[in-house]
Design a protein around this ligand. Sequence first.
Ligand SMILES: O=C(O)CCC(=O)C(=O)O
Ligand SMILES: [Fe+2]
Length: 329
Amino acid sequence: MDIQRSGAAILANPDSKMASLRQMNMPWFQTPFFKTLLEEADLAEDDKKLVATYAQDGYLIIDAKIPELDSFCERLIAALAPLYRGHGRIQDAWKENTDAKALALLPEIDRVLRLLYQRDPIPFQTLNFAEGTEQHTHSDTVHFHSVPHGFMCGVWIALQDIDATCGPLHVYPGSHRMPAWDFHDLGLPSGRESYQHYEDCMQAYVEAAGLKKHIVTMKKGQAVIWSATLLHGGEHIEERSKSRHSQVTHYYFSDCLYYTPMFSDPYIGKMQMRTITDIRSGKIVPNMYAGKPISLFSDIPTPASIAPAATAVAEVLRRLLDRAKRWTR
Ligand SMILES: O=C(O)CCC(=O)C(=O)O
Ligand SMILES: [Fe+2]
């Protein structure tokens, strides 16, 4: 599979002139050509349905196909139990625990993500939860964003049956069509101090847009895949005694630049880049822009780097103008 060519790569005739015109630097399900691309794609009908559902709703629920499901979940839950130490979550358990790593590398998830994004999926972070997070509605793009946009997703796997009372996930189907708003779009300064206001804005947005919340109840071994801009969060925990064992793996895709919008101001050249580790290999993934590692672009001036020179030039011009004014008086 030619991962550089995105949607066009799976056209019946990828070399036709139309294929190159339909080529866009974004996930194929977000392009205006998606309907045609899907019709012409050389894919099984079931797989076409999966991509169509993802394009429509912004998320998918699938069977993660975990071998020996019951014993696997029991072993992972027991191994992680002492590591929570009063916290609701464990970040990057994959570094110590081979089962957590195996979940991030599941072949069925890899297969479906390749289908949805037509690029190499890179698992780069795991979070394990023993209970509900009650996390407010958000899109992951404030934390994890990519250039080109949209090449990020979350995969949340239920390690037990998840009912409506244990603080399940909620999603807003269709909300992924909103732009990847960063703090600047909401009139907020970058930085952690804006986060709570961002959450309030997202709540106000879903109400204003009339979006309907869907509570994601699940069977053990099912996975929900959500796209970068999909609004989601953790429901209120109605029964405090209940556990909610789950693992979420966040994925980027190959050949992108990876950054944290929450701490960035791209319009003035301030990018908080991410150095991500590919869980599959344990190796750092190069940040790429337009097919080249960004270290090759380090000499390109940014607004911030040319600011001192620009100030000096402005000062010289101001003095010349002053002198010219005096001379013409
Ligand atoms: O598990 C949850 O309740 C929310 C998780 C989440 O938002 C995430 O991992 O991106
Ligand atoms: Fe999230």
